[in-house]
Design a protein around this ligand. Structure first.
Ligand SMILES: [Zn+2]
Length: 296
């Protein structure tokens, strides 16, 4: 539904019944679901670690499957990362799910608003989009995934109506692009698994307690292994690959197409933790901006 569509006249209790039957959200579409704007630094770090891995997995698929890319590869990797994460949650589109999606978009808003030294700035000539553009791109895909239910998303993110009007088309393009990749390169379930993505953990060399705590959290969640296994099983990979958690000296992540190695730096996880401290301020501002969501 576009933002211009009139509000549904269906009584709220019927919407709730329908929601229970379909397993979809049961809140008014112009209000955030309860708890979607709640700040949680652990969830913020985990959601952004997952998105970072899936963004790099996007680069991996582009390189290993020789995918055609129109436009900037970094934008394609963001889109592949978003849609892979989005679909991995199936129909569990509850408040916590949308809180995670907002965590991922808000990471780029925090980067955009953060004063940075020159060497950390993203310039117009760089291969990556500007932090603000990546924020709005993700906000648009979130909203475009279900505009009927998510009228509150443009309000809490500040996504202007000029962009929001076409976000359902942007989401559909990304969803169809992934469906094409799956048709062209998907591994049928009965086909033997020839190549896998192996996960390797370097011992973290951050300050010992932080590093060890991070490592324990990551290993306990099993999320890294799950992402590697899903990609190994979903696609016909042409060779065995590695996903390494490493000490890099910078909050970075990358895919090296020569060595076939995806690297996620412990420093990037620590950077997410540092930025998570700003999340309550951001969410409070979002709440205030949405106090008028349902008012004319
Ligand atoms: Zn990238």
């Amino acid at each position: 539904m576009s933002l211009l569509r009139l509000p549904l006249a269906t009584p709220r209790f019927c919407l709730l019944c329908l929601s229970l039957v379909l397993g979809t959200a049961a809140w008014a579409s112009d209000q955030p679901p309860p708890a979607a704007l709640r700040s949680d630094s652990g969830r913020f770090v985990a959601a952004n670690a997952e998105f970072t891995l899936l963004h790099e997995m996007g680069h991996l698929l582009i390189a290993e499957l020789d995918l055609p890319v129109l436009g900037r590869e970094e934008d394609a990797a963001d889109q592949l990362g978003f849609i892979s994460l989005f679909l991995s949650y199936g129909r569990q589109r509850d408040a916590d799910f949308y809180a995670k999606l907002l965590d991922i978009a808000d990471y780029w808003r925090l980067e955009w608003q953060r004063p940075k030294p020159d060497y950390e700035e993203v310039y117009a000539w760089a291969s990556h989009g500007l932090d603000a553009q990546r924020f709005y791109n993700l906000a648009c895909l979130i909203y475009g995934s279900d505009p009927d239910q998510l009228e509150w998303v443009p309000k809490v993110t500040g996504l202007p109506v000029e962009r929001a009007l076409y976000c359902d088309q942007e989401y559909t393009q990304v969803r169809e692009a992934l469906a094409w990749v799956e048709r062209q390169h998907g591994r049928p379930p009965h086909e033997p698994l020839r190549h896998r993505i192996q996960v390797i953990y370097e011992p973290p060399s951050l300050r010992v307690e932080d590093g060890q705590r991070l490592l324990e959290q990551i290993r306990r969640s099993g999320e890294v292994e799950a992402i590697a296994a899903r990609a190994s099983q979903a696609y016909r990979l042409p060779r065995s690959l590695t996903l390494r958690l490493a000490n890099c000296g910078a909050p970075d992540a990358w895919y090296n197409r020569n060595s076939g190695e995806l690297v996620l730096c412990y420093e990037r996880l620590a950077h997410f933790q540092m930025l998570a401290e700003q999340l309550p301020r951001l969410r409070q501002a979002a709440s205030q901006s949405c106090e008028t969501c349902s008012k004319p």
